[in-house]
Design a protein around this ligand. Sequence first.
Ligand code: ACM
Length: 554
Amino acid sequence: MKGYNLHYFLVLFFSFCILSCSNELKDYQNVASDYQIIPKPLHLQPSQGRFLIQDKTRIVGDTILSNEIKYVAEMLRTATGSDIKTSNNIADYQKNNSITLLIDTSLPDKESYSLLVTYNTIVISGKTPTGIFYGIQSLRQLMPSTIESYQEENTPITIPAVHIEDQPSYVYRGMHLDVGRHFFPVDFIKKYIDLIALHKMNTFHWHLTEDQGWRIEIKKYPKLTEIGSKRKETILEKNFNPYIGDEEPYGGFYTQEEIKEIVTYATSRHITVIPEIELPGHSLAAIASYPGLGNTDQPHEVGTRWGVYEQIYAPTEETFKFLEDVLTEVIDLFPSKLIHIGGDEAPKKEWKESTFAQELIKREGLKDEHELQSYFIKRIEKFLNSKGRDIIGWDEILEGGLAPNATVMSWRGTQGGIDAARMQHNVIMTPGSHCYFDHYQVDKEMQSKEPLAIGGFTSVEKVYSYNPTPEELSIDLQKYILGAQGNVWTEYMKNSDHVEYMILPRMTALSEVLWSSSEQKDWDDFKVRLHHIKNRYDALGLNYAPHEFTSELE
Ligand code: ACM
């Protein structure tokens, strides 16, 4: 018998055994390798027996859980190639072969869930639909990775019996993506959101405007996309001096319809999309589109090289009107309470040389250009607060005085986050040392063999070692640290394969840092589970970095 035929025969034989003796699944002894979930659940109690997905399996839940029911149905359709029936009749709860989704208000936290698998029922309870969604993600990881793509010869799908009680450590578990330096299509943004969901993370920080490209359609200012979304070329690798460009025009933007589609997609996966509209710096593409927004009479082009440009918005009424109009359209598209307004890397040279800016400093009694930046941000905050939204900004927004209700994203190390927490402001930690996934994943000697990256060295183990809560903070101030986020700046990532390579498996490590309790952290244990989730990456067709998978465990 040829290899293929033998394989086919064994699959058929195994299927026959399982389907004809499914009661034996009741006594089935499961093994530790059955329970390989990332991020690691708070309490996981394995037990005996296995649940078998069959044609007669039903997904049961109240109509308020129709989104989650649909998600499970789609997951099982991908897995089995056939439609699994659903029922809103809660009387079907706990009938043989049911997967029941249930709201249980006695659970401790709005993101907590309980998952009970026995040989003939599955019950996922959550205080909210969000908790239930995380229970579904654990159920997914208890199933074989082959469920991620239907194959004719899939073996029957069984799930090991277990009782899980679980909830996250941090309320903010984010991933960022810069689509300004390189643009990524809608389908990839959805794939990215699906990866965030797989990891029980809950925030997608979408960096939409940059010096090198404005990527969001704004109806009132069409030149932002007609001009600002395109650049004449892109710097070739790291040829800064002398500059060499690739001579290839580059561009792309998301229409408002596409943005709505993505926000809806993310919402159905319990993910908040935080848009970032950079100000006052990183705004060259906007200034190139509407030169009146700049500090000088010079015409400008959309940026073609990486780094920090000295062109920033002029602090004029014309600019504030423009930004308020832009933000009005942005908040109509994004329900997120937090709107990211950037605030980083805004050189003050132009404001130092501008008569208008200097007079404004005098008129407002400001000390210097840093206080002018603070004035700028506070005006934007006041506008967004009046619309029921709050601002979040990079840690430079501390300079010159922090806006009253701002959340701080600490990226230049952790000091900004510590200072903001001491001022009783909410903080998201994204220090370059642990959370910049544009850095190399191997040390210097090996970097020449890697795809070109901006620099640095942040291994998966280093990400895993991260503790987002600084020890310097007293217990009562630690509550201001809401969580952390992986940042993905795409200067050197021209396509989505490269993005996947840079985030995997580092985001997998970060997900455990953020979800699991610090007492549970164990690198060796994580590594075993990481090897297991690699099969899921493969089944999902993901392009991940190989370095963690070439050890003795292979
Ligand atoms: C940043 O990396 N410039 C926030």
